[in-house]
Design a protein around this ligand. Structure first.
Ligand code: EPZ
Length: 451
């Protein structure tokens, strides 16, 4: 296992170009299962989760080929179904990547059967899939549990359209909406998804499905209507920019008092974090985009110039479904606000247990009190380096940001979590002025860490 050794206190400045979105690419790759023709996606990021999804698709009879992309280490991935007899997504793969669940809808729709290992819990709290299963059952699937696997079977005449309500205790479900929307593209008749997720990644998937021949309307709204078609064809699409990577780098500049130009900034997907950063006293200017351009609902790409000169102001924020502030930037925002001039409040309304980074930030001198889903952050003038442990992908990013700003040396262990969702973050940050060394944890004894 690798760790990051971060010598803090160096401003993050320069130019960064955002990669393609992990969370958009994952269900878009799974959509390959819906057709016998090739599907080509460009700007697919090079990440562990994507590698696992490609491995899973390989096990499900999908041939995968890759070519280097023209920009920033992205790549083009071409998928082509060669064997439709396979239907089992095994535990070994699904346990490494919960997003494996998004093959469920496409396999059921195209192959009439799907067997997928039931995803277990994870560090950010319980992650049920009851809404996915409820939706597929509404389309006529029979669902059972066998030996830790969910087994879903379509009725003999195939899935049939229905009205599906996807609201749960914490709002809609992103991958659940992706699953039901994908399955419904090949169902007989009309499916109406009520309380659908409005996240831009769902819109991106919907646009891909439309270009494969699916008949979908209402993308980006809580009511998506899908009229099933007999079959889907191949398509090509560029994956939207990763809004969470963009937001994380903006916060890296903000927390270190740097000046960063961020290209491929998905303007419409980042409205909540944009406001939050401005409220916190971070300057963000957008350029190279047309504010009136809403072509096809595609992501509007711009260049953002992010700078912090003065003190950080405290902020009150609540994570919410899109277009609210995303839960996937909560840990990073919390790290940033530990250095604000006053008391901030963060309420987590998507994953109320997603606060494992708090205990680690306390070790770096942060003042945070947690009451259930709410954290009260009393800003401190400085953080100090410490050995800390990454627990999940976004918590790791929060700890890295804290380490960049802290005085002295921070060692973040278990950065494999980070590698699941951030492409070579240490190398990119070093290119922007950071001092991060990636070392094997076995070598840690040789690194002096402040007590
Ligand atoms: C997606 O997960 C993202 N993952 C997550 O990003 C993100 O945090 C999450 O959406 C919320 O935005 C991918 O896109 C691969 P949900 P997903 O179903 O779809 C509850 C990251 O860091 N729920 O929208 O699995 C659930 O417990 C990852 O990149 C049910 O109750 O999340 C949660 O409280 C982490 N029943 C809420 O809904 C269900 O059947 C939203 O979860 C499904 C979900």
């Amino acid at each position: 296992m690798d760790a990051f050794v971060i010598e803090g206190g160096k401003p993050i400045s320069g130019r960064f170009e955002v990669h393609g979105s992990k969370n958009a690419a994952l269900p878009m790759l799974a959509a390959a299962l819906l057709t016998d023709e090739p599907v080509e996606l460009s700007d697919v990021p090079r990440l562990e989760d994507i590698a696992n999804m490609l491995r899973l698709l390989g096990e499900l009879g999908v041939g995968v080929s890759e070519t280097d992309g023209q920009t920033r280490g992205g790549r083009t991935v071409k998928t082509h179904v060669t064997d439709t007899s396979l239907s089992h997504a095994r535990y070994d793969i699904v346990r490494t990547m919960r997003a494996g669940v998004c093959v469920l809808g496409p396999m059921l729709a195209r192959r009439g059967e799907a067997r997928i290992s039931m995803p277990g819990g994870c560090a950010i709290g319980p992650r049920p899939i009851d809404l996915h299963l409820k939706g597929l059952a509404a389309l006529g699937a029979s669902i059972s549990l066998s030996n830790g696997d969910v087994v879903a079977k379509a009725p003999s005449g195939g899935l049939r359209g229905a009205t599906v309500f996807l609201g749960g205790p914490f709002g809609s479900t992103v991958l659940g909406t992706a699953n039901i929307m994908s399955a419904a593209t090949l169902a007989r008749g009309r499916t109406v998804i009520e309380s659908a997720a409005c996240e831009p990644e769902v819109v991106d998937l919907g646009r891909l499905l439309q270009s494969m021949g699916a008949r979908i309307s209402g993308l980006g709204t809580p009511r998506i209507v899908i009229d099933g078609v007999e079959q889907l064809g191949g398509a090509s699409r560029r994956v939207m920019p990763d809004r969470i990577e963009a937001g994380t780098y903006a916060m890296a500049a903000a927390i270190t008092k740097g000046e960063l130009t961020i290209a491929n900034w998905p303007v419409d997907a980042l409205v909540g974090p944009f406001e939050m950063l401005r409220d916190a006293g971070v300057e963000i200017e957008l350029s190279e985009h047309d504010p009136l351009d809403t072509t096809g609902g595609d992501s509007i790409r711009a260049t953002a110039f992010v700078r912090r000169i003065g003190a950080l102001r405290p902020v009150e924020l609540t994570t919410q479904p899109f277009p609210g502030f995303p839960t996937d930037l909560q840990a990073q925002a919390l790290a940033l606000l530990t250095l604000a001039d006053g008391n901030s409040i963060i309420t987590e309304k998507i994953f109320p247990e997603r606060f494992l980074h708090v205990a680690e930030l306390l070790r770096m001198g942060a003042h945070v009190i947690r009451h259930g889903p709410t954290a009260v952050i009393s800003g401190v003038p400085k953080l100090v380096g410490a050995p800390v442990m990454a627990s999940d992908l976004r918590a790791s990013a929060g700890l890295v940001l804290a380490g960049l700003a802290a005085r002295g040396r921070t060692v973040v262990r278990r950065v494999y979590h980070l590698d699941r969702g951030y492409q070579r973050m240490d190398e990119y940050l070093n290119g922007l002025g950071a001092d991060i060394q990636r070392i094997n944890e076995k070598a840690l004894e040789e690194v002096a860490v402040p007590a």
